[in-house]
Design a protein around this ligand. Sequence first.
Ligand SMILES: [Zn+2]
Length: 458
Amino acid sequence: MSELVLYNSETRRKEPFRPITPGKVGLYVCGVTVYDYCHVGHARVMVVFDTFVRHLRAQGYEVTYVRNITDIDDKIIRRALENGESINALTARFIDAMHEDERALNVLPPDREPRATEHMGDILAMIETLVGNGCAYQADNGDVYFSVRDFPGYGRLSHKKLEELEAGARVEVSEAKRDPLDFVLWKAAKAEEPDEAKWDAPFGCGRPGWHIECSAMSTRCLGPHFDIHGGGMDLQFPHHENEIAQSECATGEKFVNYWMHVGFVRINGEKMAKSLGNFFTIREVLKAYHPEAVRTFLLSAHYRSPVNYSEENLNKAKAELQRLYGVLEAVPPGEPAEETDYEARFNTTMNDDLNTPQAFAVLFELAREANRTQDAALSGLLVKLGRRLGILQQSAQDFFRSQPGSGLSDEEIERLITERNAARTARNFARADAIRDQLKEAGIELLDGPEGTRWRRA
Ligand SMILES: [Zn+2]
């Protein structure tokens, strides 16, 4: 069996994976800040680590997968105030929505899902340790800052030099900092902030900064030193750099052995981001595409590469998935074939830093072979390996019946309806019926009435 090799962002090379405890893996992934619906960029991180955990488990590892929820943050406070809603109500609503999206995408829940507000004791204890050992200080404005100069390893993950950072750092409003690179661990409460956003602390009432939350929660759930830490590419700096600094200064131990970062979802060459306003929410996309088609799209690129969000690419993924289901329809799956070259190659490619595009290539080869030989055992193997990618988990019949909007845009639907009306006028009923069937398969229902034909997505 091939061994698992991971690209470690810190060393910038692929390394054989050696767990701290043989047979076990501790994995921490930075989760969502819950003030709005998740978008396709979030979906990619969820789907990639879900697929990674499925792979680890299939290889016999006992995995503890921790993914946190950031439920206190500037953006949350602002949004709650804007909505005239309590922070609790806002975050509860979007945590529910996130879980709903995940279930829809066939993302298995993490083993632990710690929330920052439920770990205030751990957060405060870590800040106290850092203040106590001189790695952090309280400024005149009441904020507590981490002193970057006191951690010699700073910049190790992002390969940034302090001098360059220093030159690039804007001298910010916060003149309370001793050094512009220092970052906040504890924000002193402000009068206009709601009581819900304030916690009592030895250094005064306030709330934690974002970075310290992850250091405290990962240490609580996995211990001070664990195997793998993951997240989106944009978290590498400063978030993960800061996590290393805080954790290693607080515990005196090496924090993490392997860092995995997931590439951006791009639209027209730009990163999909809430701050840029160019995002599609998961639920928007799922109105038009089957969830397994979305997974196929997200896993069609290697996790470290950017992936371009476009109708063209989603339709391509959809067509590929339909091809696989087409085989399952033609060759009803039986007990999966055992010890095949296909499964061995699938595992080898997944062991190679989770090379999902290659894993799909193996699935397509297997599908062709199953179709050619009409072998139910190969078809069964297709289902078994599909599960590892979170796809092919419906019967072919259910899949083809449950196609949502099928990527048909409103314009395409209108055009087909116009064409159908023209066919009816020309008494070409065969063509008219074929279009009706095509729309029906795409989940579009036609309502013929005196004012013409209306339609709705089923
Ligand atoms: Zn984090």
